[in-house]
Write a protein that binds this ligand. Structure first.
Ligand SMILES: C[S@@+](CC[C@H](N)C(=O)[O-])C[C@H]1O[C@@H](n2cnc3c(N)ncnc32)[C@H](O)[C@@H]1O
Length: 235
C-alpha cells in the first residue's frame, strides 16, 4: 500500500512542496534510504524516462509522469498543480543534485515555494573511487550544458598544461564526446601521450573502462556511451 493520506486533499504535504530525489548513478541499489522513503510516500513522481527506470521498483502504486526536454515545463506545471492540492510530488534527478543538475533544480524552484532536496550518490564520486583519487586533489569540469563551451575547453587545456590536479570531466552527448574533446585538446597544444581514462556506464551491469593516450582517444571510432566520464590523472 502506498500513498497514505493521498486521498485526504491537503493532508498529503500541506500544499506547495516538491521533493527532489537524486537517484544515484544508475544502479538501483545505490538509491539512498531517504530517497526510497520519499518515493514510497509519493502520490506523483516525475522525471526523465531513463531516471524513472532506475526507481521503477518503488513506483508500483504511484502515478508516474515521464517527461522529455520538450514537455518538461508542462509536466512540471502538472506537478505544481498537484502539490498545491496537497499531493506529495517528487521530481527525480540522476546521480546527485549538486552535479550538473542546476537547470532542472531552477525549474523546480520556479514551481514551488518549498523544495525539499534529497541527495544521491553522484557518478563523479563513483569515477573518483574507481580511479582511486580524492576530490580535494581534483578539478571538476562539465561540458554537459547548453551554453557555449569554448571557454570550458580552454580552461580544461589550461588545467592540463598545469597538471597540478587530476581532472574529472563530463562530456556532452553527443557533439562533445571523448574523441572530439581529445581532438580539441590536441589542437590546443596538449601532448599526444597524456593518459586519459573514460569510465562508461558506471555501476551498471555493462560498466566499461577505456584507457589510452590522448592521441588514441582522438582516434577511437566507435561511440562512447552517453554515460561517460573522462579522468586525466596528474603525473
Ligand atoms: C547531466 S549530467 C548529471 C550528473 C548527475 N547529476 C550525477 O551526479 O551523476 C549527466 C552526465 O553525467 C555522467 N554520468 C552520469 N551517470 C553516469 C554513469 N553511471 N557512468 C558514467 N557517466 C555517468 C555522464 O557524463 C552524463 O552525460
Amino acid at each position: 500500500m502506498a500513498n497514505p493520506g493521498s486521498s485526504l486533499g491537503l493532508g498529503g504535504n500541506g500544499g506547495d512542496l516538491i521533493t527532489v530525489v537524486a537517484v544515484g548513478p544508475g544502479n538501483p541499489d545505490m538509491l539512498t534510504l531517504q530517497g526510497r522513503d520519499a518515493l514510497l510516500k509519493a502520490d506523483l513522481v516525475i522525471g526523465f524516462q531513463t531516471v524513472l527506470n532506475v526507481v521503477r521498483p518503488w513506483l508500483e502504486n504511484t502515478e508516474v509522469r515521464p517527461m522529455t526536454y520538450r514537455d518538461q515545463e508542462e509536466v512540471l506545471q502538472y506537478a505544481e498543480g498537484q502539490s498545491q492540492r496537497g499531493k506529495r510530488c517528487v521530481v527525480c534527478c540522476w546521480g546527485d543534485l549538486t552535479v550538473s543538475a542546476s537547470e532542472l533544480l531552477a525549474r523546480v524552484h520556479r514551481r514551488a515555494h518549498n523544495v525539499e532536496l534529497i541527495n544521491g550518490v553522484s557518478s563523479i564520486q563513483v569515477a573518483l573511487s574507481r580511479a582511486e583519487i580524492s576530490l580535494e586533489d581534483t578539478v571538476f569540469v562539465t561540458l554537459h550544458k547548453r551554453s557555449d563551451t569554448t571557454s570550458d575547453v580552454e580552461e580544461l587545456a589550461h588545467y592540463l598544461k598545469e597538471r597540478r590536479r587530476h581532472i574529472v570531466l563530463l562530456p556532452r552527448p553527443y557533439d562533445l564526446m571523448p574523441a572530439a574533446i581529445a581532438t580539441a585538446l590536441l589542437d590546443s597544444g596538449i601532448r599526444d601521450e597524456v593518459p586519459v581514462t573514460v569510465y562508461q556506464r558506471l555501476t551498471l551491469a555493462d560498466e566499461q573502462c577505456w584507457t589510452g593516450s590522448l592521441r588514441d582517444c582522438s582516434e577511437v571510432e566507435e561511440d562512447f556511451s552517453d554515460l561517460s566520464i573522462m579522468v586525466f590523472r596528474r603525473c
